[in-house]
Ligand binder design. Structure first.
Ligand SMILES: NC(=O)C1=CN([C@@H]2O[C@H](COP(=O)(O)OP(=O)(O)OC[C@H]3O[C@@H](n4cnc5c(N)ncnc54)[C@H](O)[C@@H]3O)[C@@H](O)[C@H]2O)C=CC1
Ligand SMILES: O=C(O)[C@@H]1CCC=N1
Length: 281
């Protein structure tokens, strides 16, 4: 079918989407229109993937079957003002903008067929996970197109409840940040003990990868797998005692709740709330 796909915001996630579309042959490079203000960025994407770079969002959506919104939440209103009423009636809009609700997108663009999705950065190698939902006017064919596009980024989960999108933003959308911070902290701990950084990186990477693959293969609850590692009076029990004492689980849970609240705030357009105004309760 080779749908015409327009990407508004050809940044990190936008590029991941281009890679997914092309690797799964969802359309041809000459049917992908990437629109953003930086000419050099467009030329870079053209050179790498053969797509069509543009700097005029309105021109970019003229022929589109699918318009993917991938700009930062902070400029979404401005971008929508420019596009309002210009998206062809039969096109599907798929937004990955954190916090932006279907209602905001629908009103801002004067368009009814909207998919709201939340992917994550492992999408760049086709190993992401996306949670998505759709407005009532999205047709079965458009649902199928959205599913195809999102499958090109990795796994996908359709949710009826739009409120689950803000939850997914906090857990899986933002999730790689927690994982990489955890990795960094473990590597630094290895270096602190005296390992060469490269060795510490190798030990930590394979420990995390192996643990995840082991869990996926064996399919029992992580608590049971943790118990397997925790010998009576051993090293794991000692380490876990200190993690629990430091509030490891509560810190994670509070952080993810804060990300969830931030997603809700972004959705309400509360973009410039200073960090010190946030409660720690
Ligand atoms: N980075 C992440 O982990 C994830 C990001 N998202 C969402 O994806 C969206 C994009 O995020 P990133 O790719 O990380 O940001 P980014 O900053 O890499 O990309 C944004 C792009 O928009 C372009 N842009 C700026 N003004 C524009 C305009 N007026 N018209 C068209 N394009 C314009 C920028 O030049 C840039 O290329 C955000 O809304 C974010 O919430 C969703 C899931 C994960
Ligand atoms: O930090 C952010 O706002 C984006 C949305 C999900 C992950 N990163």
């Amino acid at each position: 079918m080779n749908p015409k796909i327009t990407l508004i915001g050809p940044g990190a996630m936008g590029e991941a989407i281009i890679v997914g579309l092309l690797s799964k042959q969802i359309t041809l490079p000459e049917f992908i229109f990437a629109s953003g203000p930086i000419v050099e960025r467009g030329e870079e994407l053209k050179a790498k993937y053969g797509i069509v770079p543009l700097t005029d969002n309105v021109q970019a959506v003229q022929q589109a079957d699918l318009v993917i919104m991938a700009v930062k939440p902070q400029i979404l209103k401005k971008v929508m003002r420019g596009l309002k009423g210009h998206i062809p009636a039969q096109a599907l809009v798929l937004s990955i903008v954190a916090g932006a609700s279907i209602q905001t997108l629908s009103e801002g663009l004067a368009h009814t067929a909207i998919v709201r999705a939340m992917p994550n950065t492992p999408a760049q190698i086709g190993e992401g996970i996306t949670v998505w939902t759709a407005s009532p006017s999205v047709t079965p064919e458009q649902m199928e197109l959205a599913r195809q596009v999102l499958t090109a980024l990795g796994a996908e989960i359709y949710e009826e409840e739009e409120s689950h999108l803000d939850m997914a933003t906090a857990l899986s959308g933002t999730g790689p940040a927690y994982v990489f911070l955890f990795m960094e902290a473990l590597i630094d701990a290895g270096v602190h003990m005296g390992f060469a950084r490269k060795t510490a990186e190798q030990l930590v990477t394979q420990t995390i990868l192996g643990s995840v693959l082991y869990y996926k293969k064996i399919g029992i609850h992580p608590a049971q797998l943790r118990n397997q590692v925790t010998s009576p009076g051993g090293t794991s029990a000692e380490a876990l005692y200190y993690l629990e004492k430091a509030g490891f689980r509560t810190a994670l849970s509070r952080a993810i709740w804060a990300a969830y609240e931030r997603s809700l705030e972004l959705g309400k357009g509360l973009n410039s709330k200073p960090p010190e105004s946030k409660g720690e309760g």
